[in-house]
Design a protein around this ligand. Sequence first.
Ligand code: HPA
Length: 269
Amino acid sequence: MLEKIKKTVEFLNSKGIVDPVAGIVLGTGLGGLATKIENIIEIKYKDIPNFPVSTVAGHEGKLIFGDFGRKKVVAMKGRFHYYEGYDSDKVVFPIRVLKYLGIKSLFLSNAAGGVNPNFNIGDIMIINDHINLLPNPLIGPNDDRIGPRFPDMSEAYDKYLIGRALLIAQENKIKVRQGVYLSTSGPTFETPAEYKYFRSIGADAVGMSTTQEVIVARHVGLPVFAVSIITDLGVEGKIKYVTHELVMREAEKSESNMTTIMTGMIGLM
Ligand code: HPA
């Protein structure tokens, strides 16, 4: 696997993608941040050796490298989901590539359904922990050169980065929540009973991504910061018919606030 990662890194280096300090994964409806990156080099996933190809509307599928403020970043516009039919190791391959490109921290975003009854549509939730109900992407032989067999997950989401994000949100008068993100395979949204169950086991929000990427990032020792945009509510009495289009529309509405927070965070790097 390391050889495959290194081949992909070599290819990206040869295209001018060199020494990014941060990696950013842009979730459903949240690709707009990419327009703030300047002097860009863009490469479609389908042109990157060993990358899977994204199949979902709203996930354009390209890697964007360039200047974000004064920092070099590499952003994934569109990610890979388990429900698309990829094995877990395909889903997380790009994260490993970002690590070997040299990023120092990983920033992730997603759209999620709120199951905390205090949440509202449009809320930004800083993820402070997760419940991974997707297959663990580290199942299988471990390459000790990449990371340990049994990675610690006691602080999957970096407390220092969360603290800084809270300050940035406060300075910009953006209300944020904090909470636990639970991942399921999808592609179905939840039944009311499933939302209730996920709440009862400790989730604040539920979605179909992120946790496998975070596990792999922690495996390689990357500090992680992640946010969910609450696009719909899985709360008794507030459950409405959900579509992917609605999720994208609601995510887009909170995008500028999310971008403000991410911009501040990457400025710290
Ligand atoms: N459930 C699962 N995934 C989601 C949801 C949801 O309610 N909203 C956005 N992604």
